[in-house]
Design a binder for this molecule. Structure first.
Ligand SMILES: [Zn+2]
Ligand SMILES: [Zn+2]
Length: 347
């Protein structure tokens, strides 16, 4: 089968390898759609703690397809089922796992990072994923492409839940990449009265407006603070989601948030550049809740897929281009471009 394999930093190849053999507790997925994530791009240029130096790995953790083989001891899955797979499973018994935060299990298994992922014709669904409830059976009317990008949307759902977004809240999203735009649309589903998007790139601000932002701001040319306070009747943003790799945005957010508001450092900063100056008295005097979220619980993944079925959010609009595996080079280049949203491999 064809597979996009990471052989080391900046060494990605399209390899022809055997279709993997499953054991009695695993299932084999015929992949139909797998989306490129910022994490994949970072792995290619910087490696990942889950991949040892002499190891190779098929990347891709945003994935959906059809079950093509099921191990004898697997319960609940059958050949021919259309499914999406939540990427992270854990040991199932530790404190993090039983609270639903498999992402923090010390023995976490992540598709495309600690085990081979979905940028291939076939992918093994590991036993802990099957037993952990990570395999979601798709309704007939949900496309594989949309199901694949439900994964980042689930992380967005988790991020906004942590910010306790309520009706009448004014939300500021900093960064209008695909994940920032998902925050913007999801915040409206959470009931936010207004979502303001701050973004320095013209083309992304335009997309944000098209996608329903109430106001877009170029913070290099406009006074973001003044705009936020005007639009929030003088109180500041009730929640700020920083979906950009900007240390400056992180420290500035304390001036933009309302008293008692939430700030989510959702985007990661580049390695070694995460020392940020924060005026901590502002946290104290304004009762600000600064938090971070990473990944999603399996439960939030399920909730996100259900939300998609309600048609409140049209994820297909987030797919900006589709490629086959042979075009992997072009696909990764396109995914890096600031005018791209989600780039999908149709397999
Ligand atoms: Zn991802
Ligand atoms: Zn665990």
């Amino acid at each position: 089968m064809k597979a996009i394999v990471y052989h080391g930093i900046n060494d990605i190849r399209l390899d022809d390898i055997n279709i993997p053999e499953i054991n009695e507790n695993e299932a084999l997925l015929k992949v139909h759609a797998a989306a490129i994530c910022g994490t994949d791009l970072r792995v290619i240029t910087s490696g990942h703690r889950h991949i040892q130096e002499n190891e190779t790995r098929i990347l891709g953790h945003e994935v959906a397809g059809i079950i093509s083989k099921v191990g004898e001891k697997v319960k609940g899955l059958k050949k021919g089922m259309r499914v999406a797979v939540a990427p992270v499973s854990g040991c199932g018994v530790c404190r993090q796992c039983i609270s639903g935060m498999q992402v923090f299990c010390g023995k976490d298994i992540v598709l495309g990072l600690s085990t081979n992922g979905g940028f291939a014709e076939y992918m093994i669904i590991p036993e802990p994923h099957i037993k952990g409830g990570n395999v979601f059976i798709l309704p007939d009317n949900m496309s594989f492409e949309v199901a694949a990008i439900a994964e980042p949307l689930a992380t967005v759902f988790t991020g906004l839940s942590a910010c306790e977004v309520k009706p009448a809240d004014v939300i500021l999203v900093i960064g209008a990449g695909p994940v920032g735009l998902m925050h913007m649309q999801m915040a409206k589903i959470f009931g936010a009265q207004k979502v303001i998007v701050s973004e320095i790139l013209d083309e992304r601000r335009e997309i944000a407006l098209k996608f329903g932002a109430d106001r877009v701001v170029n913070p290099l040319k406009e006074d973001l603070k003044e705009i936020i306070f005007n639009l929030s009747y003088g109180r500041g943003a009730d929640a700020i989601i920083i979906a950009a790799a900007s240390a400056e945005a992180q420290s500035q957010s304390l001036d933009l948030v309302a008293i008692g508001g939430h700030i989510n450092f959702f985007g990661t900063l580049p390695k070694g550049k995460d020392k940020v100056v924060i005026e901590s008295n502002k946290i104290h005097y304004k009762n600000i809740k600064i938090l971070g979220t990473t990944g999603s619980t399996v439960l939030n993944y399920y909730k996100t897929l259900e939300l998609l079925l309600s048609n409140k959010i049209d994820l297909s609009k987030f797919i900006s281009s589709k490629f086959n595996l042979d075009q992997y080079h072009e696909a990764f280049e396109t995914a890096k471009s600031t005018s791209s949203l989600k780039v999908i491999f149709k397999i």
